[in-house]
Design a protein around this ligand. Structure first.
Ligand SMILES: Cc1cc2nc3c(=O)[nH]c(=O)nc-3n(C[C@H](O)[C@H](O)[C@H](O)COP(=O)(O)O)c2cc1C
Length: 142
C-alpha cells in the first residue's frame, strides 16, 4: 500500500470527502471535492470569506475522510494545510474550475480565491475486516 493506492481510492469515491478542521475545542466538518491529487499533496479550492479558511489560518491541521459504501470502506488522511501562492498553479486551478470564475474569482490574484494543499500527511484505509483492529492498520506517509 502506498500513496498511489490513496490516489486511486479518492478517484473511485467520486473524490468527495469530509474536511475536518478545529475551531477552539470544536471539530468542524464539511463536504469538499479535491481539485487535484498529486504526489506533493491533495489540492482544494475555497474562499477566504469562508469559516474554514479562518480556521485553517489559526490551526493548519486537518483530517479528510473519503468514503465508499460499496464496498464499505474509507480512507482517512491527516495532514497540514499549505496555502499555494504559485500564480501558474492558481491560474490552472481557475481554468479547470470554470464555475469559480462565474462566482467572481476572475483572476488568480483575487485575494478571496484560496488554493491550498494537504501535505505532510498520514493516511490509512479501513474496511469491515479491520474492525476492532484499527491500531494494526498500516499507515501511509506522503
Ligand atoms: C460535496 C460537496 C463538495 C464541496 N466542495 C467544496 C469545495 O471544494 N470548496 C469549497 O469551498 N466548498 C465546497 N463545498 C461547500 C462547503 O462544504 C460549504 O461552503 C461549507 O459550509 C463550508 O464550511 P464552513 O462554513 O465551515 O466554511 C462543498 C460542499 C459539498 C456538499
Amino acid at each position: 500500500m502506498d500513496f498511489k493506492d490513496c490516489m486511486q481510492f479518492i478517484m473511485e469515491s467520486q473524490a468527495t470527502c469530509t474536511l475536518c478542521t478545529v475551531e477552539g475545542d470544536q471539530p468542524r466538518g464539511r463536504g469538499m471535492i479535491p481539485l487535484w491529487v498529486k504526489d506533493d499533496g491533495i489540492y482544494f479550492t475555497t474562499a477566504a470569506s469562508k469559516n474554514l479558511y479562518k480556521q485553517l489560518r489559526t490551526n493548519s491541521k486537518v483530517e479528510l475522510c473519503f468514503v465508499t459504501s460499496q464496498p464499505i470502506k474509507h480512507l482517512r488522511v491527516m495532514g497540514d494545510v499549505e496555502f499555494v501562492e504559485d500564480s501558474a498553479l492558481r491560474e490552472k486551478a481557475l481554468e479547470e474550475r470554470p464555475f469559480l470564475k462565474a462566482l467572481g474569482f476572475d483572476t488568480s490574484n483575487n485575494p478571496n480565491f484560496i488554493l491550498f494543499r494537504v501535505v505532510n500527511g498520514e493516511a490509512h484505509f479501513w474496511t469491515w475486516g479491520d474492525n476492532l483492529k484499527e491500531a494494526d492498520i498500516p499507515r501511509i506517509k506522503f
